[in-house]
Each structure stands twice: as structure tokens, then as C-alpha cells.
Write a protein that binds this ligand. Structure first.
Ligand code: ADP
Ligand code: MG
Length: 236
């Protein structure tokens, strides 16, 4: 079984370089694992949105991304799919700890991402966790070492980094900064900088923001390396 899985992973990875966003019509046109494709299909996701068409290929190729896209354009799947595929191809297990981290400005948005992940990613074996405050810190703390995909708000994440001995992001593969402009508008600039400085530098980072302000550019400079800029044309 493991030999088959290795072959499937190699087959997928061999196609990453050939992905052409202009030729993508449905999610099946991306080289994605059967588990992800099935999860998408079950939830009636057939045609990728523009940001998904443009970002997923580069993200699968391992590039850092600076994505500009308005609310409602489908950013959640644009980063959840690459997270699932990244960890799948690395045969990540529960024992490997936190492999992906998603930072979102508010509890509500973080919760929506978590729900979307549970729907689309349920056929994979990864564990997902929500760290958003407003809950018992001890409860969050104990489970921290068993989470593979962590969705969090900036303040609560930094609190765990500072205070929780079980918190370990040293094997992080992929970081997502969602709605970065809103995170900064809400006064999380210092917190975000501190978080990024606590993370291993040899990770992949996807940064999404509706606007490109000076502070977003500063954050991009701090967190991204040689990013690919992705900004779909809006069809109003
Ligand atoms: P954003 O984060 O850019 O504001 P979301 O990822 O929350 O956008 O997506 C907005 C809505 O569009 C959600 O209800 C989501 O389920 C839906 N959606 C996202 N991608 C697709 C798709 N490829 N096909 C159909 N609906 C989609
Ligand atoms: Mg969103």
C-alpha cells in the first residue's frame, strides 16, 4: 500500500511544473490527491475561482505567494488545497506535529476556515485545531502537540508561543497569512512580526490581502521570499 502511495505522490509531483493556470477548467485539471478531489466533489466544488486557478499551481510548486483578492473570491480553498497537498506529499502524520499554520484576523473568520477544512479535508488523516481565544487556555494547551493544521488568531497564537511549553512549530512546512491587511488594521503588526520571527525560515508562505498598503508590503518583505504576485482580474 505504501509503495502505491509513493508512486501516486511521485506522479502528482512530476506534474507540478507543467501546471498552466490558463488551461485549468475544473479542479480535476490540477494534479491533486484523490482524497482532496473527492472532498471537493462531495462539497460541490467543481470549477475553481480565478484566485484558485492562479494561486494553487504556484503554491503546489512550492513558491511563496503574495495574493491580492477581495472578500468572497474564494481565498480559503486557494490556500487549504495547497496545505492538504503539501502535507499529503510529505506523508505527514499526527506524530509530526504542526505542519501548517493559518493566521486569520478574527475568531469568526478562523472558525469559517476551520469548518471549510473539515469539510474538504476530512478524507485525509490530518488533525486540525482552532486556537482563537475565548476558550480555556489549558484545554487548548494540552492538545497543541497533536495538531497538524492549526488555524489561529494572532494574539492567541503568540500567547501560546510565549507561554505554552508544548507549543512547537519547529517543523512548520507552510504558513498562511489570510487577510493580512485586516490583521494589521486591527493593530496586530507587532504580534505578526513576533510570530514570524518565531517560525522556521525554510517554510513556504502564502500571504493574502485585499489591499496592498505600506504595512502589508512591510509584512510581505518580512515573511515572503521571492514571492509570485497573484492578482486576478475582477469580473464585476
Ligand atoms: P474569501 O476568503 O476570498 O472571502 P471564501 O473562501 O470564504 O472567500 O469563499 C467565498 C464563498 O465562495 C464561500 O461560500 C465558498 O464556499 C464559495 N466558494 C469558494 N470557492 C468556490 C468554488 N470553486 N466554487 C464554488 N463556490 C466556491
Ligand atoms: Mg477569507
Amino acid at each position: 500500500k505504501s509503495v502505491e502511495e509513493d508512486a501516486a505522490i511521485q506522479y502528482l509531483q512530476a506534474q507540478y511544473d507543467k501546471i498552466n493556470p490558463a488551461e485549468i477548467k475544473t479542479f480535476k485539471d490540477f494534479p491533486l490527491s484523490q482524497k482532496t478531489l473527492k472532498g471537493l466533489k462531495e462539497n460541490n466544488y467543481v470549477t475553481p475561482t480565478e484566485i484558485q486557478k492562479q494561486a494553487i499551481g504556484y503554491a503546489l510548486q512550492g513558491k511563496d505567494i503574495l495574493g491580492a483578492a477581495r472578500t468572497g473570491s474564494g481565498k480559503t480553498l486557494a490556500f487549504l488545497i495547497p496545505i492538504l497537498e503539501n502535507l499529503f506529499c510529505k506523508k505527514w502524520t499526527r506524530l509530526d506535529g504542526v505542519g501548517a499554520l493559518v493566521i486569520s484576523p478574527t475568531r469568526e473568520l478562523a472558525y469559517q476556515i476551520y469548518e471549510a477544512l473539515r469539510k474538504v479535508g476530512h478524507l485525509h488523516d490530518f488533525s486540525a485545531g482552532l486556537i482563537i481565544g475565548g476558550q480555556n487556555l489549558k484545554f487548548e494547551r494540552k492538545r497543541m502537540d497533536q495538531i497538524n493544521i492549526l488555524i489561529c488568531t494572532p494574539g492567541r497564537l503568540l500567547q501560546h508561543m510565549d507561554e505554552n511549553p508544548l507549543f512547537d512549530c519547529s517543523h512548520l512546512q507552510i504558513l498562511v497569512l489570510d487577510e493580512a491587511d485586516r490583521c494589521l488594521d486591527m493593530g496586530f503588526e507587532t504580534t505578526m512580526n513576533a510570530i514570524i520571527e518565531n517560525l522556521p525560515p525554510e517554510r513556504q508562505t502564502l500571504l493574502f490581502s485585499a489591499t496592498q498598503t505600506k504595512s502589508v508590503k512591510d509584512l510581505a518583505r518580512l515573511s515572503l521570499s521571492y514571492p509570485t504576485y497573484v492578482a486576478p482580474h475582477e469580473q464585476a
